[in-house]
Design a protein. Sequence first.
Lengths: 412, 228, 411
Amino acid sequence: MGIIFSLAWRNLWRNRRRTWLTAGAIAFSTLLLVAWVPIQFGTYDIMINASLRVFPGHAQIQRPGYQEKPEIRNAIDNAEQLAETLRGSNELYQGVAVRAQGFALLSSGSRSYGAQVVGVQPQFEGDTSSIPGLVKQGRFLSAVDAQEVVLGSALARNLKLKVRDEVTVLGGGKDGSVAAVILTVVGIFESGSNEFDHYFAEMPLHTFQDVFSMGRSAHAIAIVGKSLEYQSQLLAALKGAISGRDDVVVLGWDELLPGMKEAIQVDKTFGFIFYGILIAIVVFSILNTFLMSVLERTREFGLMLALGVRPQRIASLMVLESALLTLLGLVIGLVIGTALVYWAHVVGIHYPGVEELAEQFNLPDLSRIYPQMKLSNFLLGPVSIFIFTNIAAWIPILRVRKLEPIEAMRTI
Amino acid sequence: MSTVTLKKVCKVFGEGELAVHALRDVDLDIRAGDFVCLSGPSGSGKTTLLNMVGGLDRPTSGEISIADKRVDLMDKGELAEMRLRDIGFVFQAYNLIPVLTALENVEFVMQLQGIAPEQRHRQSREILEEVGLSGLEDRKPAELSGGQQQRVAVARALVSEPALILADEPTANLDSTTAENLMALLRHLNDDHKITFLVSTHDKLVMSHARRLLVLRDGKITDDIQQR
Amino acid sequence: MIARSLPLLITLGWRNLWRHSKRTLVILFAITLGVWFMIISAGMMIGIIEQQLQDTIMNLTGHAQIHRPMFRDDPAIEHSMPPPSDALRKILNSDDVKQWSMRVRQPAVVMSERESRGVTLVGIDPAREKGLSFIGKPVVEGRGLESVDDSGIIIGRRMAEKLQTEVGKRIVIMSQDKDNEVADRGFRIVGLFQAELEATETAYVFTGLKTTQKLLGMGDDISEISLMTASREGLDPLVQRLRQAAPRLEAKSWKELEPLVVTAMALYENFMIFWYLIIFIAMAFGLTNTLLMAVFERTRELGLFQALGMRPRFIVGQVLIESFILLAIGVVIGNLAGVFTTNVIFADGIDLSAFSRGMEQFTMASTMYFTLRAKDILTINLLVIILGLVASLYPAVKAARFVPVEAITRT
């Protein structure tokens, strides 16, 4: 066995240039896939996390049907109690916050703008949303019943309001009555997201509930888990926690942001197609190497056959050679690719021009991309390359079995 | 007038202990129109000597002149030019370009020389007729026998009217009848066109056709015999 | 001098390629596949950008707009502008402008029986919006607006769903008038419009220009003028002339109004070159390798060339010509295949409606069209051929380096 290995290996090096060129091609495509897939998936992670952490959270508990038709009447009774039971009951729940929301007209002295107003629990909202931490002027809300409000930066600018100014909030209450209140602006936040900065305002939960005649009901409980990796456990735990009730359902982030999931799906699909084509190009590119090397050695094989070596033996020798050759390329590609990914993982990738785009897509963190270090990512590309290049290599090998010794030796 | 002159030509391959003295102090004078045979056993230096004269290799020391031009002093470009215009080659095997027809092979050198198409075609056909291959102009080498291939090579060597034709064991791969025919052709061409021939061989048949026979042994010319 | 031998070199190159046809076909396939791939990638990326651009332009931006300088930051009534002066009108009515229109825009709240939402109220001149923006297209239900005095309102189809209302019902529009008082009025929904993105359908409601002016007490004032040019190249000079004609107003082209699209385009174009290079490198390994092996197979023949007096640079030329023929064939077929794919097979675009919500996330339409520009095809072809020849230099030079003696006497 060992002899065949060393023979195969030494055969590879009889023609160093060709071996290096072929291995180079394989290394190149491996490198590309090994480096690219983690980066691509890392980008998805960023996109998801960035979107979720601003406001939606990893999961939410709502009344059935609220997600499609967010009517103010469709509220959860005693939401705070439910939230309290969840909070601290499972280490999976890193943040649990209750919210009530509706549309309202905000007016300053000279301007009026419509916005989405959300009643939040000041002491818990920061666990599930990044907005409290993004208050750039003033401060976040102080108490759950304070007469305060924080506004998105663009909204505040459009209303011509500063911290300590007053704003009138006018909307429709849960019971159909008019909801109106004057609040003091205590803070202005800047999330970097167009949507939130232009159309979002947050006020304390109890204040909202009083103004909008909601009693103690609310529209959603937002939950943030340790990380996206634990999403399925998080959802299972939540479903278990509400199993007794039929007035609420659990929604994972993919239901909260269905577009996101699909967008990633589209991108992944295109990605696979692209990789597939690239691999095909590389395979055809190096197919000739395998074809010609077999041709070149026809005389040699003829000699071996004449000396009594079985065709199967010769074939297996060549199968081994191509396997070693592809492995050589793969290993080199893997090593360099992994090194690159690791470096990028530590340093983050800074692609010029992405920051502005990131703004538009609501993804302020996109400017630095951290590749996702998961084993399956790494191996996906190389394994498929290995399979396809070897299949390509075997085509000429199958011919060897039909060689006639004398004819073979006569070849120039 | 001397076509080829060698003065104290030496050729050493390798260094130190592995040094091989292929040619030692060879002096030689070949006159225009001569038909010279270079004979000797394998390893005697025949091919080396031929390569020197043909500008395919350089002497380690000594002078080589062809038609009064110092070949040993020429650079690669000049040597190529000389091979193109002044010398014709016939090798033992693999003389022809596989993808070209017999006619195109003969025209090859003339094309490199920049000769106009009509003249090329005309001259090539004439030469092919002269060597007895009319009708086979459009065949590729793979479709010709060994003897026919050699004739095409001769035709090509001849067509640009060089000063000298070098043939390295031209009959080595041929059976005796074909070989005889080829040699007769060469002598015939030598008589008609007055081109100098230098043929290396270890075949007695070939040697019998020479007007002048040089015997080479261990890198030195040991005999210089005038025949016929 | 090499010119006279060109036919010979081409003959040699061509015939050498077909000596081993299977091998040539394999590498040819790799090249063709590579070129095809580059072309459809380009078509896809440019298609996406063009789509975004078109959507942006049709989404009320137009090729250029004119406002009061403060309007874009603070789209409130006090920053409205007077109707165009004669000087301005002259340019607007000239041949350089394909279509132009006046609008009033104002943030407002729309209230149905059940729901209320923030929107932008837009007063338009319906006749002029044809070909200028998406609202110029026919409505999907009910009727379109008929004149500047039309007091009916048109809302988006999905907006109607969200407001739980329909054609024929009434909704109330509430906004701020010139004196900072609340101005509200009931409108009857006369039609529903449709746009690619749900966001567009829920962002705007349309009524007649004069109706809006009356509601807001604006007199003859308007918010903006939007226009389309006759040609893309003529846009910038046109904007210049508009600025000169109306120095107190702000005239901006779409490039300045939507800088993000410009950035995105630049980003994509840079990325494309990078992508081409990657595909090329994948091909190049095979190209160089195949040529190299072919050259080594021909050592004797190459030695023969030299023996017969062929200069080294001619040998280099011969190998390069061989490579060029190969690349040229691959490029031609790849081009044909690529253009066929984008313009024939996918002439109607790729239907991604199954992923429509995801596309919305990226503000992209659910049909993806390919757009091929001559510029891209030219770039790809030049890149492949020039770099391909560069990749063939190594084998070509190697071929010329064979020492004739060794070459010929090799067994």
